[in-house]
Design a protein around this ligand. Structure first.
Ligand code: C2E
Ligand code: MG
Ligand code: MG
Length: 740
């Protein structure tokens, strides 16, 4: 039978109730014992007090009788008949055991005139015994097995001194006591005493007897024994059982309800929720979640799993960024304390995005696992490795000697760039590595991240793929940090936009291509300078994602618009041109959106080529082979070597707008532009003049044989939706001449 949370709680409550019941029984035993002890002494006090009270009453009564008789004895009328009066009085008062009027002869011997003869022994009745009776005295005494309470006092009749004795049977008092307390008294005789001694009570051997002295103060003549009725366990049980059982049942029900409501219920719900969180669907059969041991075990498992997933990268099983940041903070604290040095190493894998598009995420995940394994194998226990972002691994190493660090990082790189075999497919990976060192390059985590990113960017541009941060590279604009965060989000959420500016042929007035220009509003809704954004993205390792977004959006635009032969121009960043996989990246999107290579024009600037000519030329040549056309942007602002221009599959030169803007009025600009156009034509290149803002400029350019124009005079950059409208109102010759 499976123990469910509900039956478990029932068992728990049952067990608790039983335990409480047993405790109660035990408490009854103790209670009975204690009560018997307590009630013994309490009863003793109680009885003592009652007896004293009774004795006092008796004494008072005797006294009143004495004064009554004394008064009567003094009265001359009654004097004659006093003896008979006493007799009558005695008979009328059952409480009076004897009334004696004791007279004495000349020798002081008693001349007893007792209402009850033999009441006192004659020797006790000597006058001398009463001499000190100035006031009546109460005493207790024993005569003929009789316990008496007696008041004796002087009475003066006819000038003779006599003593009046009024006695009452003490047992009357005891009887009265007996009826008062409801306790039976037994009479016992103790014959070992000098005189016979009466005891009242149970067997004297019993230790639990309560002893109460009887007599008048200072004249105790007996003891009263009382045996208190013991309080039995069962009597107590009977008295309390019903109430206790009721309370137990009600308590159990209440506790069960509370348990269910505040503990077990939420536990069940939590188990269910955790199951959904882990498995994505509710548990089949709710009852399973309620099974206690596996249920709680599962809860713990889920909890561990969730804790793990919060810390670990689910693909590689490496720590994630959160944990890495924590480790880095710890290392910096440690460094501050002990003066140790640490290296933050960023490892950026190349081409992963393209692999995802070509082979799917599943395969790439397996590849990433192998990469993580390779890295792990080259590391020491104390080094911290994490998957920081999608293609970016971060490593934290303690630096003992720079040489060692260099060797280790190189070893890491070499272990990475090998062939990987995943699901029968071969992959070749490349990587860039950027390194920053605490405290040489930065003393806080944020600074280290920036410096390592800068070094990474430098690595992407350099011959050798591993770079250590150099001061001269530190152009990172920290004020751009938040804007970079926003840009990262904007790329992920597709919040950027491309606008399209037509480039128009000056002869045919046909649109040659539309240049795609990036637009982005920052989180406050302001237009952000695109050149600055591109620069920040380059500096912060974001340009590839951004360019991918631009290429994809442009391809999507081409596939969704009816452009005919009109191409779309894409501006590339310098960093893109240093990526050997750029052609592959573009190819992927071309295929995905079914776009012909001839429909894309790539714009690059002179400066970009000159950065690392051989590498860039290799990439651009590849693009040319693919069938894309190239355009040199901002021509005239850099120093592009004509040799390179000849080597490149370039089709167009775009003369920078700084030369075009004032061409109608500035002879120098005219000279430059004319020469450039002639040069371009010699090299068999088409010329685009950008920044054409007026009809005058347009006319000068036409006269100079410029091939194409672009600028506000022709059209401002258009929203994607406006492009079809642009084709409907194609630029006419007169429009060019007379202005739009
Ligand atoms: P560019 O490629 O030379 O683009 C031409 C720039 O001149 C654009 O500015 C355009 O709006 C502006 N322009 C066009 N006609 C006129 C005119 O008649 N008068 C004036 N004063 N300006 C005109 P924008 O869009 O601000 O772009 C500036 C630069 O940012 C671009 O220069 C390009 O280098 C870069 N950029 C723009 N979009 C992208 C992009 O998608 N990717 C990359 N990597 N860079 C881009
Ligand atoms: Mg351009
Ligand atoms: Mg330009």
């Amino acid at each position: 039978m499976k123990l469910t949370i509900s039956s478990f709680s029932a068992l728990l409550i049952g067990g608790l109730s039983l335990l409480m019941f047993v405790l109660w029984m035990a408490s009854l035993l103790v209670l009975a014992d204690r009560q018997n002890e307590d009630s013994g002494s309490a009863l003793q006090h109680n009885l003592q007090a009652q007896i004293q009270q009774l004795q006092q009453n008796q004494q008072l009564w005797l006294q009143s009788q004495y004064y009554l008789l004394n008064t009567l004895a003094k009265s001359p009328d009654n004097n004659q008949n006093f003896q008979s009066f006493l007799w009558g009085y005695y008979q009328r008062n059952p409480s009076i055991w004897a009334v004696n009027l004791v007279q004495f002869n000349e020798r002081g011997l008693p001349l007893s005139k007792s209402s009850k003869p033999g009441c006192r022994q004659p020797d006790q009745m000597l006058r001398a015994n009463f001499d000190d009776f100035l006031v009546p005295r109460i005493s207790s005494c024993r005569i003929d097995n009789k316990a008496l309470l007696e008041i004796a006092g002087p009475v003066v009749t006819d000038g003779d001194a006599v003593v009046l004795l009024v006695s009452m049977d003490y047992f009357d008092f005891l009887n009265e006591f007996s009826s008062l307390t409801g306790r039976k008294l037994q009479r016992a005789v103790d014959s070992e005493q000098d005189f016979q001694f009466f005891e009242y009570g149970a067997a004297a051997s019993d230790e639990n007897l309560i002893r109460v002295k009887i007599g008048v103060p200072g004249e105790v003549f007996g003891e009263l024994y009382l045996q208190p009725q013991p309080l039995s366990f069962w009597a107590l049980f009977e008295r309390q059982a019903l109430v206790v059982l009721l309370v137990l049942i009600l308590g159990a029900v209440l506790v069960m309800l509370l348990l269910q409501r505040f503990l077990l219920g939420p536990m069940q719900a939590l188990a269910g929720k955790m199951h959904v969180a882990v498995h994505g669907q509710p548990q089949d059969g709710v009852s399973k979640a309620g099974v206690v041991r596996p249920g709680l075990g599962k809860l713990v498992d889920y909890f561990n799993l969730m804790q793990k997933t919060a810390r670990l990268d689910p693909v590689t099983g490496l720590n994630n960024r959160v944990i890495f940041e924590d480790r880095l903070a710890q290392a910096i604290r440690e460094g501050k304390r002990s003066g140790r040095k640490y290296a933050l190493v960023f490892i950026d894998l190349q081409g992963i995005d393209e692999f995802v598009q070509q082979r799917g995420q599943y395969v790439v995940d397996a590849l990433l696992r192998q990469v993580a394994e390779s890295l792990r194998e080259s590391l020491r226990e104390s080094d911290h490795l994490a998957r920081f972002e999608r293609n970016l691994f971060a490593l934290l190493l303690e630096v003992q000697q720079r040489d060692q660090l260099h060797n280790l990082v190189e070893k890491l790189y070499l272990s990475l760039i090998r062939r990987y075999r995943v699901y029968e497919r071969e992959f070749e990976l490349d990587a860039f590595i950027g390194v920053a060192i605490y405290p040489d390059h930065a003393v806080d985590a944020n600074g280290l991240y920036q410096k390592a990113s800068t070094a990474l960017v430098a690595a992407e541009h350099s011959e050798w793929p591993i770079e250590y941060f150099h001061e001269s590279e530190d152009q990172t604009d920290t004020s751009g940090f938040t804007i970079i965060q926003s840009l990262r989000r904007a790329i992920e959420r597709d919040e950027l936009k491309l606008v399209y500016q037509p480039v128009v042929d000056l002869q045919s007035f046909q649109t040659v291509y539309l240049e795609a220009l990036l637009r982005w509003k920052d989180p406050e809704g302001h237009d952000v300078s695109i050149e600055q954004t591109i620069h920040l993205a380059e500096q912060n390792h974001l340009i590839k994602s951004l360019t991918n977004w631009i290429i994809e959006s442009a391809c999507r635009f081409v596939s969704q618009s009816e452009l005919g032969d009109v191409a779309v121009g894409i501006n590339l960043s310098m960093i893109d041109l240093h990526d050997r996989r750029l052609p592959e990246r573009i190819e992927t999107f071309l295929q995905q959106y079914q776009v012909k290579p001839s429909q894309i024009v790539i714009e690059i600037t002179e400066g970009q080529i000159m950065q690392e000519p051989q590498k860039v030329i290799e990439v651009l040549a590849h693009l040319g082979v693919m069938g894309l056309s190239l355009s040199i942007d901002d021509f005239g602002t850099g120093q592009a070597s004509l040799t390179y221009l000849k080597e490149l599959p370039v089709e167009k030169l775009k003369i920078d707008q700084s030369f075009v803007r004032d061409i109608a009025t500035n002879p120098d600009d005219q000279l430059i532009v004319r020469a450039t156009i002639e040069l371009a034509h010699t090299l068999d290149l088409k010329v685009v003049a950008e920044g054409v803002e007026t009809l005058a400029v347009c006319e000068v350019l036409a006269e100079m044989n410029c091939d194409h124009v672009q600028g506000y005079y022709i059209s401002r950059p258009l929203e994607a939706e406006q492009v079809s409208g642009w084709f409907e109102t194609l630029v006419k010759p007169d429009l060019v001449r007379k202005g739009r």
